[in-house]
Design a protein around this ligand. Sequence first.
Ligand code: 0L1
Ligand code: MG
Length: 261
Amino acid sequence: MNMSNKEIAKYLLEAESNRTDIKRITLDKSPNLTVEEAYLIQEELVNMKLEQGHSIIGPKMGLTSRAKMVQMNVEEPIYGYIFNNMVIQDGAEISLSDYIHPKVEAEIAFILGKDIEGPGITGAQVLAATDYVCGALEIIDSRYENFNFTLPDVIADNASSSRVVLGNRIRKPEELELDLVGTVLKINGVMKDLGAGAAVLGHPANSVAMLANMLHRKGEKLKAGQVILTGGITGAVQLSYGDHVTAKLDGLGEVSFSVGE
Ligand code: 0L1
Ligand code: MG
């Protein structure tokens, strides 16, 4: 039986707070879910988090790498929202028991100095509106069993958003060539993946531009002060107890956290 958007959003939020995985909603709860409808469920979920007293630090982009887009058979990345209670301090220890089956990916974050309103926004306009950039580690934790989902499922699930660690080394965007920022993701000193800023739609600023243009479709804009995660430079790597995770990004220093019980 089809559930209402509110009921599905509540179901997803409960899975997140109970740390239990669920079957993807397109399996039985909403088999004909479209991308547009999935964003309406996401909107309900975001409003419920706001009603719980959390605040948005910024939207994020997901599925920005060519490999992930091909894998999901999509032409366009997706977006979700990062909340204040998702931010972990650089170097902190997280508890594995707070998650379902977390994975980590290295990203570049943009901190906006000016509002950016689509349509037609370009990467150059994004760079002009950006105060700072920094390295980031995003922890994704799909609420679906085995990260098994279709595109509408993952959109409804707030693009698997869970936590973010922001690096302390903030730089002006013009100080770096962000597409050339080499990035190495290590766990316990062992290299797990590597990449460059160009893995994100050719340049991470293009990701923010695309986000502004996508948000315009629902009458929203990016706001000064928001922190935007632009998408994984590396693939997402499964986390386990005892992991010490570090990402080194050329010119942006090191970001790290550890995984405790
Ligand atoms: O941040 C991301 O790229 C995650 C998007 C959702 C896909 C996934 O959970 O792997
Ligand atoms: Mg990500």
